[in-house]
Design a protein around this ligand. Structure first.
Ligand SMILES: NC(=O)c1ccc[n+]([C@@H]2O[C@H](COP(=O)([O-])OP(=O)(O)OC[C@H]3O[C@@H](n4cnc5c(N)ncnc54)[C@H](O)[C@@H]3O)[C@@H](O)[C@H]2O)c1
Length: 442
């Protein structure tokens, strides 16, 4: 049975990440059958998040916010949802909190926590894109704030709800590969968003783009075309966490869920040297995890590889050289065999000869978006609540801290939120916020 799937009260609590307070529980169950939704960041992935969520027969899109008023961003969403009130500043949208019940946050990563936190503090249910946050500290804050507010949450790692990833998790939970001994995960594609290593000179901000609002909590820097907004912000340390930040919450998700991981005990990375601006082109991160009910005694390592053409050799995975590894995915190596999990592809059991005649029964997909709406209305649960996606994001982002401390073994005390093993590593768990934009942590 998949983690968080059975709709018992116990798993409902696990899945929502909270024992709901009496008033919050009443709010969920007592809601009428429609959810009023505000969407923040409605271009790019935000547009598909918006449309996929609006596909629920119980959703009303009542407010839209984007710092870019042009056709590809706020313009297109406003045309699609003409009854929604439009905003260019999310703080003004939150001022009208009585007009909506829930919000979708699909901005660049550096603004996830600064927007999701006050939304939850106002009692709003939140669906936030992956990675949940920009820093480890922020991930812990959102996890705790969700519990305190008793709201329904979901991170936008929608591939978790796909048949392929759900089937992979079930195969491990069914014991098909025995106890897990080791995991390797990789993303070997190019980084089309990494265009320059240093900030370009200032350029005129296009009409309709609110650059200061785009920067939000990040330090001031002048606008430059094509390197930050839209999409290319992924390259920059002030806004994102590079390849691992971009893909880790997808590719490591079925690993985390299948093996029931919660937090690493140690992290060590190898990486190209970094400057203080952009993320590197290639890295390898080895996470050590303590034993779980799904692993062999003494725990396991999970090794992450990123960068163009950077993936483990088949012999490192103990696989036949004839096995074609996907460009991105994971090999979950167990005592009875290996589960190869392509990033968005059906898993396979290897070596093929050992599993000849073994059927893989696909697990039906769930709707990651409309199930959040249903969960807000009290009729379903979410599978990636912040109680799950917060620790997953912490793990992913600890890898990016290790990349900044390459060559050093960092030891992680999750309860104390503390790293040892490299001077300054703890400082990298959080960051400075621009004056006037500091989040009000609870
Ligand atoms: N789950 C997935 O498969 C998937 C795929 C792509 C992107 N993402 C995630 O979605 C998020 C957005 O990524 P993207 O590629 O669409 O980026 P993008 O830059 O293309 O789009 C971001 C949108 O948010 C708007 N925006 C920026 N700052 C804002 C603010 N402060 N307030 C309101 N609107 C703001 C931008 O104008 C733009 O419309 C990121 O967190 C990214 O990691 C997830």
């Amino acid at each position: 049975m998949l983690l968080h799937r059975t709709a018992t009260r116990r798993s409902f609590i696990a899945a929502t990440g909270a024992t709901l307070s009496a008033s919050a529980f009443k709010r969920v169950l007592g809601a009428n059958s429609r959810l009023r939704i505000a969407a923040i960041g409605v271009g790019g992935k935000g547009f598909s998040d918006l449309n996929n969520t609006a596909a629920s027969p119980h959703a009303d899109i009542v407010a839209l916010c984007d710092i870019d008023e042009t056709a590809a961003h706020l313009g297109r969403a406003a045309d699609r949802y003409p009854k929604a009130t439009t905003f260019t500043d999310w703080r003004k949208l939150l001022d009208g909190a009585k007009t909506f019940d829930a919000c979708i946050v699909s901005t660049p990563d550096h603004m996830h926590a600064p927007i999701s936190l006050p939304a939850m503090q106002l009692g709003k249910h939140v669906q936030c894109q992956k990675p949940l946050t920009h820093t480890v500290f922020e991930a812990r804050q959102l996890t705790q704030a969700a519990v305190k507010a008793g709201v329904v949450t979901q991170m936008g790692n929608q591939i978790q709800s796909h048949t392929a990833y759900r089937t992979a998790v079930k195969l491990v939970h069914d014991g098909r590969i025995g106890k897990v001994r080791e995991v390797h995960s990789w993303q070997s594609g190019g980084m089309r968003w990494l265009k320059t290593d240093t900030p370009p000179p200032a350029a005129q901000v296009p009409a309709g783009v609110h650059w200061d609002a785009w920067l939000g909590v990040a330090p001031e820097r002048p606008y430059a075309p094509e390197v930050y907004h839209p999409f290319a912000w992924r390259a920059w340390q002030d806004f994102s966490n590079g390849q691992l930040g971009d893909f880790g919450c997808h590719i490591l998700d079925p690993v985390f869920m299948a093996v029931e991981l919660t937090a690493p005990t140690a992290i060590r990375a190898e990486s190209d040297p970094l400057n203080t601006q952009v993320w590197g082109r290639k890295s390898k991160v080895v996470y050590t995890f303590a034993e779980t009910p799904r692993t062999v005694a003494n725990g396991i390592t999970v090794t992450w590889y990123d960068g163009e053409g950077h993936l483990p050799e088949t012999k490192t995975l103990g696989l036949d050289e004839a096995v074609n590894l996907p460009k991105a995915g994971s090999a979950i190596i167990g005592t009875r065999g290996t589960l190869l999990v392509p990033h968005v592809g059906m898993p396979s059991l290897l070596p093929a000869a050992s599993f000849a005649g073994t059927d893989i029964e696909p697990v039906p997909e769930r709707n990651h978006y409309t199930s959040w709406v249903d969960a807000c209305l009290g009729t379903d649960v979410t599978t990636s609540p912040f109680s799950y996606s917060g620790p997953l994001t912490e793990t992913v982002l600890l890898g990016t801290v290790a990349i900044r401390c390459a060559g050093k073994t960092l030891t992680w005390d999750a309860a104390a939120l503390r790293l040892t093993g490299s001077d300054g590593a703890n400082d990298l768990l959080t960051k400075e916020y621009r004056k006037g934009w500091e989040p009000a942590w609870g």
